[in-house]
Design a protein around this ligand. Sequence first.
Ligand code: ADQ
Length: 496
Amino acid sequence: MPNVLPPYGQDMSDTFDLVVVANRLPVWADSGSDGDIMWSRSPGGLVSSLEPALRGVDAVWVGWSGRYAPDPYASDDYGVELDPLPDGLGPCALREVEITREEIEGYYEGFCNTTIWPLYHDAIASPAYHRHLWDPYVEVNRRFAERISELAAHGATVWVHDYQLQLVPRFLRDRRPDLRIGFFLHIPFPPVELFTQLPWRKEIVEGLLGADLIGFHTPSGAANFLSLTQRLLDLDPDETGLTLGDATRPEGHRRVRVGAFPISIDTAEYDAIARTAEVQDEAAAIRDKLGNPKFVLLGVDRLDYTKGIDVRLKAFTELLADGRIKPGEAVFVQIATPSRENVEDYQRLRDEIELMIGRAIGDHGLIGAPPIQYLHQPMDRESLVAFYVAADVMLVTPYRDGMNLVAKEYAASRHDNGGALVLSEFAGAAVELTDSFLVNPYDADGVKQAILDAMHAEPAELHRRMTAMRSLLFAHDVDRWARSFLDSLGDIATQR
Ligand code: ADQ
């Protein structure tokens, strides 16, 4: 398959055995100041997560490219040569779904990020329920389904990802009952009491039930979904899914399997990167530049209000104020990737976080030795791993998180079996990483105590905890995640 993103409408004859569908394509278009489009690898780790599933298969990735339709910079040749493809994509073909600027405002910035995202994260921010945001969500989901049905070979496997595309399974099944359809949700699925606030709750549940397999990160996400099917649609779920018996549908009786598939990382790759001399040197240089404090604490997140960056900043600042962390004893480094900068809640969050950091530095800083260092910038993987290697304590304190890959990346990078992970109970990762220092992010004193416990634990204790977490991550890596999802989907389809 050539490395080409073809012009719209010129690739109708190609069909594929595996169709991966996500809001974003793995390559991303940015408009340069001269009007040219520049292509880069998309932010976010879905590409690396799916790489094993794409290897050696006749696959296509369907998504939005970041350019608006109709493209203001369109030339005669709307296609673009992508040679070489970003690492890890192998020979996967890419196909774009056309979305206008206005639709992105309603569908993505609106319904996805101001309705679904907060609602599914415990309504930490108030979800917006607006009909003018719902309509573009339906429209764009329908367009994805149309595009997929053009591209999927007869009997193909379609794997739909995440909260932006919850209606796609139903729309797709209506058009193409021959397909095996899997859906995976990367964020938490909320409890019934919260979900039922949504005016379009039935439509979303019915949309998801178009899939053969619906995967969540945790058993509680799966259980929440199953109880909703009973409450809203009067269905009769069991522990592993439900059987739909609708004689009016072309497929008649159909089993939908629902389960937990906790995503993971390429553990061996993080381990290998961390072992390189370059990364080891870089880690030593980071500690050096920080003034070689006794303790380096680290946070790494997208700048998102769900991540509890404020939780750890408050705890660390109070520990300085209480004198339980001495001046110069510890430095807290917070790395935050810019995120969703067009959404108002995110603009406000950035101001709040930066105000907290400024105050803490003003109140507790020494000349030439601020207790907090803040980087609001994306970083390449090697540099990130160098920070993981340099950090004595990793702080992962989300109010709610589907999984949280940073927690796993930190443990995978600690081939010395050192370092301590402070982890929120409300991250999906807490189900597996029970040897971390688990905290309730709403309990300020508990978070402070856990940070102190992590800083002062005996090396043998840290070694025991880290060894256990690493062995789990080597056994359950991302390769296994992708294979187990696709194998389960294959099993169901053959039982049909
Ligand atoms: P995210 O909310 O984006 O993902 P997370 O799982 O932590 O959260 O993944 C973030 C990724 O971005 C990590 O791989 C991390 O290394 C990277 N990253 C963070 N800061 C960075 C920086 N400054 N520069 C470069 N890279 C950076 C959603 C859900 C999660 C779920 C994942 C996967 O919200 O709960 O774990 O999907 O399903």
